[in-house]
Design a protein. Structure first.
Length: 284
C-alpha cells in the first residue's frame, strides 16, 4: 500500500480536518507505532502503521456523503463558543464524523455538502477546479441591466477581480419590491455574491444556494439532509478527476431549473431574451 501523509490519514479517519490534524501533530498529541510525532510531512503506511491520538487508536471510517439544506440563522461550523446554532445541530443522527465542504454564512441558506472524504472535499474547494455554485438572490428594488452585465463580465472587489459569472434576471416584483436574480459563479470567496451586489449599492434581501457542482436541493426540505446517490458521487468525482469506486446507491439525477417567465440571461450564453445583443461576460 502506498504511503500517506499523517495529517491526511487523520482526516481520512474522520477525526479532524487536515488543518486541525496538523495542529494536533505539532502539539504532540499524535503517536505512530508508539512514538510521538511532532513534525509535519511524516508519511505512514496505513496497512501496517498504528496511529493514536491522545492514546486512542484511530482507523478510517466508511466514507459518507450528504446534501444538506441549510436554514438561515445557523453557522457553518462544528461548534460555536457563543452558543449559536450550527449546521451540526441538524446532523446529530449521523454517527460518523462528517464535515462541511466550504461554508455558507449565517444569513445564507441552501445547499451544503458534508463528507468525511477529505480528498474529495479538498478537491471541490480548490480554486483550480472551478466548481459551479448557483445562488437565488432576492434584491430590494430594481436592478439595472448594465449592472448585471458588469457582474457577468467580472468586477473588481476589495480582494481582487471576480471571474465571469452567469446571470439570469427573473424580473421585478412590484408587490414585494424585489428583483429575483440567479447567479452562477466558479469561485468561493467569503460573502462573494453579497459583496458583488453591494458593489452597486444593492441590498440583498435573501440569498440561497440552489446548486453546487450540478447537484441540487431536489427533495431536501429546509433543515433536512439526504445521502448522495452513486450517480451524484460519480458526478462530483468526475468534476475533480478523481477515481470512482463503489458509491452509496445509484440512479437519481438532479432536477432541471424550472422555467420562469420574462427572464433575461447574461453571461456564458450571453443572449438577452427579446434582444439581439450579447453581454461581454461568461467563460469561453
Amino acid at each position: 500500500m502506498e504511503q500517506e501523509r499523517l495529517q491526511k490519514y487523520i482526516s481520512r479517519c474522520g477525526y479532524a480536518s487536515r488543518r486541525k490534524a496538523e495542529e494536533l501533530i505539532v502539539a504532540g498529541k499524535v503517536q505512530v507505532n508508539g512514538r510521538q510525532v511532532t513534525e509535519l510531512g511524516v508519511k505512514i503506511n496505513p496497512a501496517v502503521d498504528r496511529v493514536k491520538i491522545d492514546g486512542q487508536r484511530i482507523e478510517p471510517e466508511a466514507l459518507e456523503y450528504y446534501i444538506f439544506n441549510k436554514p438561515k440563522g445557523s453557522i457553518t461550523s462544528v461548534g460555536d463558543p457563543q452558543g449559536r446554532a450550527t449546521v451540526m445541530d441538524y446532523l446529530k443522527d449521523i454517527k460518523n464524523r462528517v464535515y462541511p465542504v466550504g461554508r455558507l454564512d449565517y444569513n445564507t441558506e441552501g445547499l451544503l455538502l458534508f463528507t468525511n472524504d477529505g480528498t474529495l472535499a479538498q478537491a471541490l474547494m480548490h480554486p483550480s477546479q472551478g466548481v459551479t455554485k448557483t445562488y437565488e438572490v432576492k434584491i430590494k428594488g430594481r436592478v439595472l441591466d448594465e449592472h448585471l452585465e458588469a457582474l457577468s463580465a467580472g468586477i473588481t472587489l476589495e480582494d481582487g477581480p471576480t471571474s465571469p459569472a452567469e446571470i439570469v434576471d427573473y424580473g421585478f416584483d412590484s408587490k414585494t419590491n424585489t428583483t429575483l436574480v440567479e447567479i452562477t459563479i466558479h469561485e468561493g470567496r467569503n460573502r462573494q455574491v453579497r459583496r458583488m451586489f453591494e458593489h452597486f449599492k444593492y441590498s440583498v434581501y435573501n440569498l440561497k444556494r440552489i446548486a453546487y457542482g450540478g447537484l441540487t436541493l431536489a427533495g431536501v426540505k429546509r433543515g433536512a439532509y439526504r445521502k448522495l446517490t452513486g450517480e451524484e458521487l460519480r458526478q462530483l468525482k468526475a468534476l475533480c478527476k478523481l477515481p470512482f469506486g463503489k458509491g452509496p446507491g445509484d440512479g437519481a439525477k438532479g432536477r432541471k431549473m424550472p422555467a420562469k417567465d420574462n427572464k433575461k440571461q447574461f453571461g456564458r450564453n450571453g443572449a438577452v431574451r427579446g434582444a439581439k445583443r450579447r453581454s461581454g461576460g461568461g467563460r469561453p
